[in-house]
Design a protein around this ligand. Structure first.
Ligand code: G
Ligand code: G
Ligand code: MN
Length: 423
């Protein structure tokens, strides 16, 4: 029951709206609004047809009803994320605004682009304005999921299934040079979507994986997806440095403390890099400050071996632990990441700014690159430049993105590093 032939001219060429709504009246209305705005549109009430059209017609905009008889909107969101959908999504529904907002956050958390959330009933002009505007995803750039259903116990079986069925997917957060906004790489972050429970925060499933002996399987799954993406980018020619116009991008992977003692995992990481034709020098393994200090002697041994094999090493969440300087200076880290709690608070706190400045000085005097995590505003970026911080990551630059969105983001940033930087 899709709409009329979408090929009739004259349409605004770059825009195509696909509507999924179980109410044909709403479907028809949105279709008509789009037509009047010269935007090609199709609508359907059948999720299966919706996904067929998604693949064959490649809409730039999607209007999605959350509550439908055959499939709920959240399932559709999960499926869209799996298919690495890059369209701007407008969520429509008769549900209360809190439900809609939670759905939008869940979608943004999956790396989808949420243009807007609009409660039914809405006026045709309100919808029309949404189609005219560019995406405004900032509102939903919350990455952590709502700490929903905290009471539900996750079982080890859930996690085994998740790993086997690849319910865990990765997102990529861009990392840029503070000075000029040039993209230098991405941090890879794991995202688990449980078929019944929805998004599960890494803060919940990483400890579960660590305590159940599954962390290495999880790390391998994350690494595989991340290397596969980087390799595709390389093969597509996206990562060829042209006369110094951009640096060959790095990939940062979080490694759990529990993995540091496992020589087999370390061999597996190396073997996988070889299989994907990625030099270890392009991989930064991030270890949290607290975990590296848990057993400094073993850490020294393992970390040194990794450095000798060519991997870069980063000390993550720096400033939250209580490392002794004597131990810290002995560990062969190449990068120090200033914890986001200081960076996020820097704009309003002279004390936090002082912490950042001291940590950057410390990192530099130990020969490490310094990265600020959790950069959310331009004032803090100016401060980072003032104190000579090398790199930054945070919502001000970009939220973590799905593979497809990360490729697109990288392409536009390479074309125009500065312009995108201080907009
Ligand atoms: O992605 P953010 O959304 O919430 O991540 C929360 C925490 O989970 C961070 O401390 C991050 O380092 C950790 N984390 C995310 N992905 C991974 C992963 O693949 N492996 C490990 N060990 N930790 C991860
Ligand atoms: O612990 P680790 O540094 O690996 O975790 C990175 C975490 O920080 C991820 O959960 C990521 O989603 C989150 N994050 C990244 N940028 C920002 C930001 O600008 N603000 C906030 N609040 N969180 C951020
Ligand atoms: Mn990290």
């Amino acid at each position: 029951m899709s709409g009329d032939n979408p090929q009739q001219p004259p349409y605004i060429e770059e825009k195509r709206l696909l509507v999924l709504d179980d109410d044909p009246l709403i479907g028809r209305m949105l279709y008509t609004i789009a037509q009047r705005a010269m935007i090609a549109a199709q609508y359907t009430s059948d999720p299966e047809e919706f996904f067929q059209l998604l693949d064959s017609w490649r809409p730039t905009h999607i209007a999605l009803d959350l509550v439908m008889p055959l499939m709920d909107g959240v399932q559709v969101i999960v499926e869209l994320a799996k298919r690495k959908c890059t369209a701007s999504i407008i969520i429509t529904s008769g549900q209360g605004s809190r439900v809609l907002e939670a759905a939008a956050r869940s979608a943004a958390w999956h790396g989808l682009t949420i243009q807007a959330v609009i409660g039914k009933p809405f006026s045709p002009s309100a919808f029309r304005r949404l189609l005219d505007d560019g995406p405004s995803p900032s509102q939903y750039q919350e990455t952590a999921p709502v700490s929903q259903r905290a009471a539900v116990e996750l079982s080890i079986e859930d996690l085994i299934t998740a790993i086997r069925e690849r319910q865990v997917q990765v997102v990529f957060q861009p990392k840029v040079r503070c000075q000029d906004g040039v993209l230098v790489g991405h941090e890879v972050l794991a995202r688990w979507t449980h078929p019944g429970l929805g998004p599960i925060s890494p803060d919940r499933f990483i400890p579960l994986a660590e305590n159940s002996g599954l962390i290495d399987d999880l790390t391998e799954l994350v690494l595989d997806q991340a290397l596969d993406w980087l390799n595709c980018e390389d093969l597509a020619g996206s990562n060829e440095a042209v006369a110094g116009r951009f640096v060959v991008p790095m990939l940062s992977i979080n490694i759990s403390t529990k993995s540091l003692g496992n020589a087999l995992l370390l061999d597996a990481i190396e073997a996988r890099c070889q299989a994907y034709n990625i030099r270890p020098e392009r991989i930064i393994l991030e270890v949290t400050e607290t975990s590296a200090m848990e057993n400094p002697v073993m850490s020294l041994d393992v970390l040194t071996r990794l450095r000798l094999r060519g991997f870069q090493l980063s000390i993550d969440d720096f400033g939250t632990g209580f490392s002794s300087m004597a131990q810290l200076v002995r560990l062969p880290f190449s990068e120090l990441k200033v914890d986001k709690s200081f960076v996020m608070g820097a704009r309003n706190s002279a004390e936090y700014r002082t912490v950042i400045k001291s940590v950057v000085n410390l990192g530099h005097s130990l020969g490490m690159k310094c990265t600020a995590e959790g950069l959310e505003d331009v004032e803090t970026l100016s401060y980072l430049n003032e104190v000579g911080c090398d790199l930054a990551q945070g919502y001000y630059i970009s939220k973590p993105l799905s593979a497809a969105n990360a490729s697109q983001w990288a392409r536009s940033r390479r074309a125009e590093p500065k312009a995108g930087h201080l907009e």
